[in-house]
Every structure is written in structure tokens, then in C-alpha cells.
Design a protein around this ligand. Sequence first.
Ligand code: EPZ
Length: 421
Amino acid sequence: MDKLVVTGGGRLTGEVVISGAKNAALPILCACLLSAEPLKLTNVPELNDIGTMLKLLAQMGVKVEREGENVTLDASGLNNPLAPYELVKTMRASILVLGPLVARCGEARVSLPGGCAIGARPVDQHIKGLQSMGAEVGVEHGYVVAKVGRLKGARLFTDMVTVTGTENLMMAACLADGETVIENAAREPEVVDLAQCLISMGAQISGAGTDLIRIRGVEKLHGASHRIMPDRIETGTFLCAAAITGGDIRLLGTSTGYLDAVVDKLLDAGCEITGEKTAKHECIHIIAPPRLKAVSIRTAPYPAFPTDMQAQFMAINAVADGTAIIRETIFENRFMHAVEMQRLGADIKIDGNTAVMKGVEKLQGATVMATDLRASASLVVAGLVAEGETHVERIYHLDRGYANIEAKLNALGANIRREKA
Ligand code: EPZ
């Protein structure tokens, strides 16, 4: 298993290009299942999770052509509505094939994703929604097994805001008979990007980005082309890397529009952040002070502060001036990076879903272990300012969601090398 060796050092300066959004690309790849005509995608990030999803689609009979960030998917030969455990266990987002398969094929067998480091992550809302649309859905030998003639439009209400639950049900509803209304829908920008792709395929959707989405089912969807939106969590992660090092960087191909809650907190911490438009790019310019002020955060569904940025803010608060309170309200076990940061010298006290942090002057490099995707990123961010070397182990977690993070950070002046552990 690889590890990253991060040598703490100076401020980050220069420009970085932000890749396409993992959490928009994953549902949009699955949208190809809804049509017998090709879906052409650009700005698809080159990540391990994307590779896993393409493998999953290919074993269902989807023709996959990939050239760098351009992917063409042709599901005209879809003949195997099965998502096997061997692939699903490596990537929970595989559950996103369930809705499209039931809608297109009238049946699906999708392995239950199982829990992951940050929580149990059940998919009961996905199942409940499909049942409300007339599908017979059960769990047999660890697989979700669904069967239906044709889904029927229904009024759906999810018990909690669920991003992939909203996405699965929105995709399923595109081919249902009649109108579906999803109440308490997730408002994340990735849901909107998926809706825009589906609409370009001929779906009739309104309200994406609000908590009430209406979908009028159609007989079939046609092919389309779509460019994946920029990754707002990669954007936030690089903003934090600049902020913690007192840096001055430009992030190209992204905008502050998807990250108001995160930008507000970085402004409170003392950073200057401006959105800029050049001939080629939308971009963000951040200039950070020599030392940040501590900022408290509370995670919640979009547009509030994203849970996927909580770990990165634990890193910047570790060396900020003052005390910060971090509340995690989405996942029940998303503080595992805290104990790793304590190994670097961070002053963090955990009490249930609340962390109380007191910023220290300096962190010391140490060997730490990545436990999940965003936790890994936060340990790299902390390592940028820790004294000496920080060895971040098990970085396969990192490679799932960040394309060449060490190359991008080194181009900004960081000192990171990848080693076989
Ligand atoms: C999506 O996960 C993202 N993944 C996650 O990003 C992100 O952290 C999360 O949304 C919250 O924003 C993708 O989009 C691929 P949820 P998802 O359903 O959809 C509970 C990353 O780092 N719940 O919105 O799985 C659930 O347990 C990843 O890129 C149920 O109880 O999250 C959680 O407590 C990590 N039953 C809460 O709802 C259900 O049927 C929100 O989960 C569904 C969800």
C-alpha cells in the first residue's frame, strides 16, 4: 500500500486546475443506463472511483470508451442488470445503478454497499422510494433485488436529506409512468448537474436544487453530451491547503458559487477570496494571512457547510489562533482523522459528534493513517505545515477522490513524495 511523505514547509503559491466533480460524475455515469443511445461526457476526473464505476457498467454490457477526461458510454447492449459484491464493496456509490436499472430493465440485483469507516450508511430510503413507485424490492443474500413491469410516478418523501437517494429516485422517475414528486430532496450542486444531464437526454425535470423536485416520466431518453461540473470539494481542499500555509494561489476552472458556506468560513478565518473570470477560465484567488483565526463549523445538507469539508477544517483549526468547535451532524463516525491529528500534536477533545479544538503554534510531523477519503486529505493538509516529515499511510483512500494530489500540490511549492509502504 502506497504512502505519501509530506515535508512541512513554506507557503503555497501559483495556479492549480480543478478537476471534474467525483460526486457529479458518479451518478451521471449511471444515467447512461437509462438510454439506448450514447452519452458523451467531458471533464470526467481520472480517479479510482471512476475506474471502478466504468468497470461495473462494462460488466453489465455497457460499451465504455475512455480517453483521459472524455468518456463515451453506450448502454444499447445492456444485458446484465447486476452489480456484484466484489465491485460494490470497493465503492458504495455503486448503489446509484439501482434506480436506472429498475427503470430501464424492470429488474436489478445490486449488492448492498455495506457500511464504511464514516458510518453505517444504509440505503433504506432508496428502497422505500422504489417501492412507492410500484417496484417489488427485497434484500436476499446481501443483494437488493428489485422487480417491476414499469415504475409508476409517485409522491416521495425521504426521512432525511439523502444525496444519492435523491439521485437514484430522480433517475428512476425519468422513465416512470406519470409524475413523481420528491419532497425533502437534496439540494447539492451535484444533484443539479445530474438533472441538467438528464434533461439534455430528454427527461422532464423541474425544481432540481430545491427541496421539491418534479419529474414527468417519458417513454425513453435519447443520447446527449454533458460536461461534468467542477469538484467543489477538491476546490475547498485546495483553498484549505493555501489557507493553512499562508499562501496565495489561483484555482482555475472552478467558482465560489458552489461553496458559499466554505468561503464564508475562510473569510472569517482572515483570508481574502475573490472570484475571477479570465478569457479561458472562471477561477478563485485566495490570499491567506500568516496565521488563521480559529473558526467553528457545523455540518449540514447543502447549502450549509458540507460534511466533506469537515476534516479539512479540523486541519486548519489545528494551527489557527483560538478555540473552534466542530459539529458533525451528517455521519455518526466522521472524526477518525482527529486521533491521527493528535499524533501530529493537535489539541482536540472529542465528545460524541462535537470536537473542541485549541490551535497550537506548530504541529510535529509523524506517521499517520488515512481512514477515509476526506480524512486522508486533511492529514496531507496538516502535513504541509507540520515540522519535519509526515508519513500518510493507506493513501488508496486518497486516490479514490483526488486526481494526482501530490503533483498538484508540489506544483504549488509543496514537498510531497509517494513511496511504496
Ligand atoms: C453523498 O453520500 C456523497 N457521496 C458523500 O461524499 C457525502 O459525504 C454525502 O452525500 C453527504 O453530503 C456521493 O455523492 C457519491 P447521504 P450519500 O445519503 O448519498 C443517511 C465523499 O467523500 N441515510 O446524503 O451516501 C446516511 O447514513 C463522500 O465524496 C440513511 O439513513 O450520503 C447519512 O447519515 C463521502 N438512509 C445521511 O443520511 C438512506 O437510505 C446522509 O447520507 C440514505 C442515507
